[in-house]
Design a protein around this ligand. Structure first.
Ligand SMILES: Nc1nc2c(ncn2[C@@H]2O[C@H](COP(=O)(O)OP(=O)(O)OP(=O)(O)O)[C@@H](O)[C@H]2O)c(=O)[nH]1
Ligand SMILES: [Mg+2]
Length: 444
């Protein structure tokens, strides 16, 4: 049975942190040690292990923990970030230029999922408006061409192959001659040979003859440690440009993928998440690390830490806390949080406020920000500073000036009053972790 050791031992290491009654220097050092062990056991390169663990230790011990976040949570965030950094912070897309044919060759051992992914990727690119084609270079396994042909037919993708051919290089070249007008040609290669030596020889010959723009290693996400050996062997034969990890729809955490990245230095670009043709996704490092660590709720936790780090300029925060909260302030608060997409969660996390905020208000805040901006811009400085002076003629004027209606202006004012009341409640509770550096301050 394939055991995903890297994922589970990293997970165990973190579980210890969750359970520890206190998180101090010794705990951090123990965690670092556990992580090193987990990575080394998975054949991750020693230098890389030291690099990752050193960073974790340094940051875990030295970094200042923002208010409202526990050291424990911060440490987990550090582990997560360092692993993400290793896997690449951002997704790396496959570059295709229309009219400039790209040749993509899939390699990998038998059963890793090459044929299935070849069809999935063709479909993926087709849906994004490109013209893909498929070539079957598996002249070894009987039925290989029929398998790809059947998949291609279902998604209406042109395919070239010859079930009777023996020479993979010749077959692929024939196919390439046919598909001169395509944007991307995906070449599905054989995974099974009498001997591994022959397989590697064929990959080399193919690479030399067809000169693919990108060689993508297809690796089974459930194989764990073997991934390193496989990835290295293929990388030595032909330079691996990217990785596709399959079978991540089951319980496998995909720890082997980390080793494959270490062995090749190539980024993971896609993951296979099922047997259906649509089951392929662009790789998102952060999501993958969460999975690797076996923590479904990691995102929520990280969100909490990140949000706590949001900083509102100190002076402003003081003014707000001291009781002055104008419409301009409200607008600036929303503007600062916009783009982070976390406004809703942020509000819900304010102490004592969880789930008490009317959905209405959250929706308003998120969706109507632009309207508010225009309305607030149509107000006089006096109105912005002291919304109490609003009467029906002022409301009418603002509505006219901003191209909205009176109801909407009144709505905005109502939201403002609610927001102010909320802040008052918080002030009374003397807890307001999100505003300003070094908060919470003594709000006495
Ligand atoms: N659950 C799941 N199954 C997959 C995935 N990708 C491939 N498979 C299955 O894995 C098996 C092998 O897939 P193939 O695409 O035939 O593998 P291959 O690398 O072409 O194998 P060879 O041609 O023998 O080298 C098939 O039963 C696929 O349905 C995936 O992402 N998730
Ligand atoms: Mg195949």
């Amino acid at each position: 049975m394939a055991v995903d050791r890297l994922g589970s031992s990293l997970y165990d290491a973190l579980k210890k942190i969750f359970r520890a009654s206190i998180v101090d220097e010794a705990t951090v050092k123990e965690l670092v040690h556990d992580i090193q062990k987990a990575l080394l056991q998975s054949d991750v390169n020693v230098k890389l292990v030291l690099d990752i663990s050193k960073q974790i230790e340094e940051r875990g011990l030295k970094e200042k923990v923002p208010p409202g976040v526990s050291r424990r949570e911060h440490l987990i965030k550090v582990v997560y970030e360092e692993l993400t950094r290793f896997l690449g912070e951002k997704a790396v897309p496959v570059k295709i230029e229309p009219g400039k044919r790209k040749i993509m060759m899939l390699v990998g051992i038998q059963g890793s999922g090459k044929t299935t992914q070849a069809a999935k990727l063709a479909r993926y690119f087709q849906k994004r408006g490109f013209k893909p084609a498929l070539i079957c270079a598996d002249t070894y396994r009987p039925g290989a061409f029929a398998q790809l042909q059947q998949l291609a037919k279902r998604i209406n993708i042109p395919i070239y192959g010859n079930p009777n051919a023996k020479d993979a290089v010749k077959t692929v070249n024939e196919g390439l001659k046919q598909f001169t007008d395509k944007d991307i040609v995906i070449v599905d290669t054989a995974g099974r040979h009498k001997e591994e030596h022959d397989l590697i020889k064929e990959m080399k010959a193919l690479e030399k003859s067809i000169k693919p723009d990108e060689i993508m290693l297809v690796i089974d996400g459930t194989i764990g440690q073997q991934a390193m050996v496989q990835a290295r062997a293929f990388n030595e034969a032909t330079p691996i440009g990217s990785i596709l990890v399959t079978k991540l729809d089951g319980s496998a955490r995909g720890g082997g993928a980390l080793s494959a990245v270490a062995a090749t230095g190539a980024p993971i670009k896609f993951i296979g998440t099922g047997e259906k043709i649509e089951d392929v996704e662009a790789f998102v490092p952060s999501r993958f690390v969460g999975r690797l660590l076996g923590m479904g709720d990691l995102e929520t936790l990280l969100e909490k830490v990140r949000e706590a780090e949001i900083k509102v300029p100190g002076k402003k925060a003081k003014a707000i806390l001291s009781g002055k909260f104008t419409l301009t302030d409200m607008y600036e608060q929303f503007e600062a949080m916009k783009g982070m997409g976390t406004f809703r969660k942020l509000l819900k996390m304010l102490p004592g406020m969880s789930y008490n905020i009317p959905e209405d208000m959250l929706n308003t805040a998120e969706d109507r920000l632009e309207k508010w901006r225009v309305m607030i811009q149509s107000m006089t400085p006096q109105e912005k500073d002291n919304p109490k002076i609003f009467n029906s003629s002022r409301v009418k004027r603002v509505a006219r000036g901003s191209g909205t209606n009176e109801k909407e202006v009144k709505e905005l004012l109502k939201q403002y009053v609610m927001m102010r009341r909320m802040l008052k409640t918080l002030r009374r509770k003397k807890k307001l972790p999100f505003f300003g550096k070094g908060m919470p301050v003594d709000l006495g």
